[in-house]
Design a protein around this ligand. Structure first.
Ligand code: TXA
Ligand code: MG
Length: 352
C-alpha cells in the first residue's frame, strides 16, 4: 500500500502541485491525471519498471499496448519514425485533441511493455491544460491508459480513480470532471489517403473528413457487429467498461422501449432483484426501477457521452443487479457512445 496523494488544482496552487506530480513521474512513480477524454494513469514511457507498475495497478493484460501522451511536436520526433503527410495534417488540425495516431515506433524510444511488442506506438497530445503542463514538467513521454481497474468503466472524475486505485498509485491530479467523457479515437494510416479507425472515440469520422478533405475512412463496425469481427485494436477484445450488474441495451421507438423495459423491471422486481434504468431525461418519469439515471437530453449526445461512465459506476454503488439502458443514434459522438455501451453490455442488445 502507498499513500495516494490528491492534488486538487482548484485549491489555487496548480503550478507547485503539478511540479510535485511531475517529479514523481520522473522518479518512476504512477500519477493519474485528467485529460479532455477520461483520467489517465501516467508513467514515464521509457521506464520499464514504471510501466510494469501501470499493468500491475490496473490488473491489465500485458498484450494490450498503452497510448503515449506528449505535450509538443518535438517530443513526437523522438518517438516515431518519419511519418506521412497525412499524419502531419491530422496532427495540425486535430491536436491537441482526442485523437490517437498509431505510427511506427523508433527502436528503443519507449519501453517494449508500452507497445506490447508491436512495431508501432499510439501517440496523442491531450487537449487539457493541466495534462500538457504535467507532461512538459515531467520532461518525458507519458504512457497512460485510462486510470481504472481493468474492465471497470473509465474514470471521468478523480473520485472514480480513487475508487479503483487508492493505495496503489502515488497520486492523482484532480482538475474536476473531464470534458468528452469517452476515450480518444484510435486510428492507423492505411496509405497516404486512407485512415482506419481502430477504436471510435472523441473525434468523429466527420471531423476526420473535415480535417483532411478527400481522405477515405475505413469505418469501425457498428456496435451491433463489433463483437463478430476480429478486434481492431488489441484493447477492443476485452470486456470493458462493465458495471457489476447485468446490462442490457434496448433500441427501438421510445414507446416500445419504455413498455419493454417497464415489463422487464416488473418481472425482475418480482424476483427480488434490484433494478436500474439509464434513459434520456425526456422519458425519465416513465420508469419505475429502483434507480433511474439519465444521460441528459437526447438532443445533446455530447452530454450523454460525458455522463455514461459515471452512471455505470452509480449503478455499481447502488448494487443494482439488472440494468436496462436506452440505445441512441450512432451519429456523431453517438457512435462512440454506442460502442462503449455495447461493450459494457457484453453486446446484449434487444430490438423492440
Ligand atoms: O482517451 C484516451 O485514449 C485515454 C486517455 C487517458 O488518454 N486513454 C486510453 O487508454 O483510453 P487505454 O489504454 O484505456 O486504451 C488504449 C487503446 C487500447 O484499445 C489499445 O489496444 C489501443 O489503444 N492501442 C494502443 N497502442 C496501440 C498500437 N500500437 N496499435 C493498436 N492499438 C493500440
Ligand atoms: Mg481503458
Amino acid at each position: 500500500m502507498t499513500t495516494t496523494k490528491v492534488w486538487r488544482l482548484s485549491d489555487g496552487h496548480a503550478e507547485r502541485q503539478l511540479a510535485e506530480a511531475a517529479q514523481l513521474l520522473r522518479e518512476g512513480q504512477l500519477v493519474a491525471f485528467p485529460t479532455e477524454t477520461v483520467y489517465g494513469l501516467g508513467a514515464d514511457a521509457r521506464d520499464t519498471t514504471a510501466v510494469e507498475r501501470i499493468f500491475a495497478a490496473k490488473g491489465r493484460p500485458s498484450d494490450n499496448p498503452l497510448i503515449v501522451h506528449i505535450a509538443d511536436i518535438q517530443q513526437l520526433d523522438k518517438l516515431v519514425l518519419p511519418y506521412p503527410e497525412l499524419a502531419r495534417q491530422l496532427m495540425e488540425k486535430l491536436w491537441p485533441g482526442p485523437l490517437t495516431i498509431v505510427l511506427p515506433v523508433k527502436q528503443g524510444a519507449v519501453s517494449p511493455l508500452v507497445t506490447a511488442g508491436l512495431a508501432t506506438v499510439g501517440v496523442r497530445m491531450p487537449d487539457h491544460q493541466a495534462a500538457l503542463q504535467l507532461i512538459k514538467e515531467a520532461g518525458c513521454p507519458v504512457a497512460a491508459p485510462s486510470a481504472n481497474r481493468s474492465g471497470r468503466p473509465s474514470p471521468t472524475v478523480a473520485a472514480h480513480v480513487l475508487d479503483d486505485l487508492n493505495g496503489k498509485i502515488s497520486g492523482v491530479v484532480d482538475d474536476g470532471p473531464t470534458g468528452v467523457g469517452l476515450e480518444s479515437t484510435v486510428i492507423e494510416l492505411v496509405d497516404d489517403r486512407m485512415i482506419r479507425i481502430l477504436r471510435p472515440g472523441g473525434i468523429t469520422p466527420e471531423q476526420l473528413r473535415q480535417a483532411v478533405p478527400g481522405v477515405r475512412i475505413d469505418a469501425p463496425p457498428t456496435a451491433e457487429t463489433a463483437m463478430s469481427e476480429a478486434p481492431r485494436s488489441p484493447g477492443m477484445k476485452y470486456t470493458h467498461y462493465a458495471p457489476q450488474g447485468a446490462l442490457c441495451i434496448v433500441r427501438g421507438e421510445p414507446e416500445a422501449v419504455v413498455a419493454y423495459i417497464e415489463k422487464q423491471v416488473y418481472e425482475a422486481k418480482l424476483l427480488g432483484e434490484k433494478t436500474g434504468v439509464l434513459t434520456f431525461e425526456e422519458r425519465e418519469s416513465e420508469f419505475h426501477s429502483d434507480l433511474v439515471l439519465t444521460y441528459g437530453s437526447e438532443l445533446h449526445l455530447e452530454q450523454a457521452a460525458q455522463r455514461l461512465y459515471a452512471a455505470l459506476r452509480e449503478f455499481d454503488a447502488g448494487q443494482v443487479q439488472r440494468i436496462w439502458a436506452e440505445g441512441c443514434h450512432e451519429e456523431g459522438i453517438g457512435e462512440a457512445l454506442m460502442n462503449r455501451l455495447a461493450k459494457a453490455a457484453g453486446n446484449h442488445i434487444v430490438h423492440v
